[in-house]
Design a binder for this molecule. Structure first.
Ligand code: CTP
Length: 402
């Protein structure tokens, strides 16, 4: 999966012959799973039509502050558009547009968006070779570097003028791979390995029966996706679930019982920087597993249970520098019980779920959690989707390493 998947891209197109390549660029962004909002300078519409780019981007294209064709008038709010974007890419960026960007000469919607942006801005210049080497262009590049904008270098080859040299806008495929590499290289959890447990465990009674629970595994899988989206390499040790991982940085190790989960975690833990125990591990398992299916003979039937190994506590015992996060599911004295678990299991952070909170718990798409760290700082969160709770947990890890 591309790192651009799900990202919101403002693609600024300015008026040079390379604007015809922006159609392929839009297609490649869409193929990578990005949401694209095209902004055209008025001059670029002589080179490629807004209809082409709106069809390919599946979005209306904007090029002025005010939509004259709309009966009641619609203001294309440059601030909203700038804040919507995760990334702004200006391709092609002509000498004229670059000069306006550097000087803050805000005479069109694209420049207004650029000036209002808080996200990373990438610029793919396109011009003739002598323009590309002109001292004013070079000083504009220096200015962009100072502003923190990133230049996607032009390529060498035949130019529209008939001359040959440096100045051709980078090919759309190369722009996409430049962006992917640059964005991946800057992800805050790049180089970090994270072990996550997820799902229920099944403890066998006989060859056909088991003791299990209703955990869907969603919380652990969402944390895995959120961590991988931030560049972490994830080992996801999961009990039985139908869920699949999307991000290629996630390696799933499928297990069935608490015992298997324990051994899988201990195989990977030493090489990990962070471990998060989101699994609903069975606390007890049948002491003896019947080799054959148990027949229904007696009116009552007892199964002797014994404790499973506490995986999280065992990781807490051997941890060195790992940042260790546990979950606590409580029904009473929530905060006090969670604090005890932090100490008992040697945790850095606990994510407390209370079953008293509506919308929290097994099988639900939402969760309401409270973070408690090892210094007993308490942070209660609102009811959120499990995806958003996962992002909050990953942000805790990011701020620990910041
Ligand atoms: N956990 C674990 N191994 C177990 C049991 C629990 O790794 N055998 C982990 C869970 O994944 C969770 C945390 O321990 O991160 C707390 O689980 P919870 O069920 O709330 O607490 P327990 O320690 O099992 O205690 P109790 O059930 O008595 O509240």
């Amino acid at each position: 999966m591309s790192v651009l998947s799900g990202k919101k891209i403002v693609l600024g197109v300015s008026g040079g012959i390379a604007a015809y390549k922006s159609a392929s660029l839009v297609r490649l962004f869409i193929k990578a799973g990005a949401h694209v909002q095209v902004i055209m300078t008025p001059a670029s519409k002589d080179f490629v039509t807004p209809l082409t780019l709106s069809t390919l981007s599946k979005n209306p294209v904007y090029s002025s502050f005010f939509d004259k064709d709309e009966e009641n008038g619609v203001w294309n709010n440059h601030v909203d558009l700038a804040l919507w974007a995760d990334y702004i890419i200006i391709a092609p960026a002509t000498a004229n547009t670059m000069s306006k960007m550097v000087n803050g000469n805000c005479d069109n919607l694209l420049i207004a968006i650029y000036l209002s942006a808080k996200c990373p801005v990438y610029i793919a210049p396109a011009m003739d070779l002598d323009m590309y080497k002109h001292p004013s262009t070079i000083s504009n590049f220096e200015a962009f570097a100072k502003y923190g904008n990133i230049i996607i270098p032009a390529e060498s080859g035949e130019l529209a003028s008939g001359l040959s040299g440096e100045g051709r806008m980078a090919e759309p495929e190369n722009i996409i791979s430049f962006l992917e590499k640059d964005i991946e290289g800057k992800l805050p959890l790049r180089g970090k390995k994270i072990l996550i447990t997820a799902g229920p465990t099944y403890e066998a009674i006989d060859p056909v029966r088991f003791i299990g629970n209703h955990s869907s595994g969603k919380m652990g899988f969402d944390i895995a996706e959120a961590a991988a989206n931030m560049g972490a390499e994830v080992i996801l040790v999961s009990g039985p679930t139908h869920l699949k991982a999307k991000n290629q940085l996630i390696k799933i190790v499928r297990v069935t019982s608490a015992e298997e989960m324990y051994f899988a975690c201990h195989e990977y833990f030493n090489n990990c920087n962070v471990a998060i125990a989101a699994a609903a591990v069975a606390d007890y398992k049948p002491k003896n597993i019947a080799l054959q299916k148990i027949k229904k003979t007696e009116n009552t039937f007892n199964i002797e249970l014994e404790k499973t190994k506490d995986i999280l506590a065992s990781l807490g015992e051997i941890k060195k520098n790992q940042f260790l996060i546990g979950f606590a599911l409580e029904t009473e004295n929530e905060i006090e019980n969670a604090k005890l678990k932090i100490q008992k299991k040697n945790l850095d952070l606990i994510v407390l779920n209370s079953l008293n909170d509506e919308g929290a718990g097994f099988g639900k798409p939402t969760n309401k959690v409270t973070f408690i760290d090892k210094h007993f700082n308490i942070e209660a969160q609102d009811l959120k989707s499990k995806e958003d709770v996962a992002i909050d947990i990953v942000n805790k890890i990011i701020s620990y390493y910041a």
